[in-house]
Write a protein that binds this ligand. Sequence first.
Ligand code: RUB
Length: 355
Amino acid sequence: MLTVRTISELNQAMADMGILAPVYYSEETIWLLDQVLLPFREEYIPLRTTADVARAIVEMRTRGAGAIAATAAYGMLERAHQGASMEELEAAGAEMVATRPTASSIGWTVNRILALRTTDPEAIEAAVVSFIAAKIMAEVEIARIGASLVDDGDTVLTHCHAGTIAGVGYGGITFGVFRQAVADGKDIRVIATETRPYLQGARITAWELTKVNIPVTLITDNAAGYFLSTRAVQKVVVGADRVLLNGDVANKVGTYMIALAAAANGVPFYVGVGRAGLDFATARGADIAVEMRDSREVTDIGGRRIAASGVEAMYPAFDITPGGLVSAFITERGVIRPPFAEGFREKYTTVEESN
Ligand code: RUB
């Protein structure tokens, strides 16, 4: 249990835990670790309005389901400090939710703050602090529970980045699982996909793992099938941006192909998800809005055009993996195996938890 009541207590607790905060709030400014600059520069940029927050999220300066939710939560707090009315708070929330439609985490967080029906900065600060503290504790639990699925000697494949700074800084999903498995005395290796076009795997997953001496091998995205088919991988562990009751998962595009290759080769496919990533209202994966990003993110690399002029491109940032391809979900309430709807209902029982 992390008992913190104020922003300064939260900041202190995170520092005491050795957390590299993807975002923090201090002196009425949101300080955001600019993830576009990683791994070569660790630099915090100041955000002072929800328009700044929205722009930073669209530009991928912060990303990952947990980190964008925490940034939006601070955005709501900042707006309250500026004296926003209830309508203005709702508009600020809507502006931030619209930035990344696939991840459910921003909407879940903003809606919980709006549900307080208050504009009082102190009340909103208490809610934001409690949300982030709960998320840190959930990451601790997910790491502990997920590590039990990893065996000594395993090579585990992961996709994109669901590490500390994709979450709120403790362990996100996959990084926490790997770090805990090593802390439990298991000798593991990780295979990380580079994750075109933002290269979250090459720039961030591989960097985070290398920093704590967990052996990691970087591969191109299209090599995942090769490594799964050659029995080089014993488990797949990925995070999720949205998970439905039936087990359908929205996660970084490419996850679906990896799940298919894992199923074809009998490799367990595990998905880690916290409460803000669970969507019990949407019925099927096909109903999830998939974020389509600017085609220049495909035609250009590092700001330089690589495709001939006139070539059209498309970039869905996420894809949907059907629940039938998922072996189990790792949640802060335990491992959930099929049938998923029953498992989720059983673990998240109260109205507040399940809506
Ligand atoms: C991030 C991504 C991550 C999840 C994991 O996509 O797909 O796997 O957000 O988050 P992007 P979590 O880089 O486009 O934001 O750690 O909460 O499971």
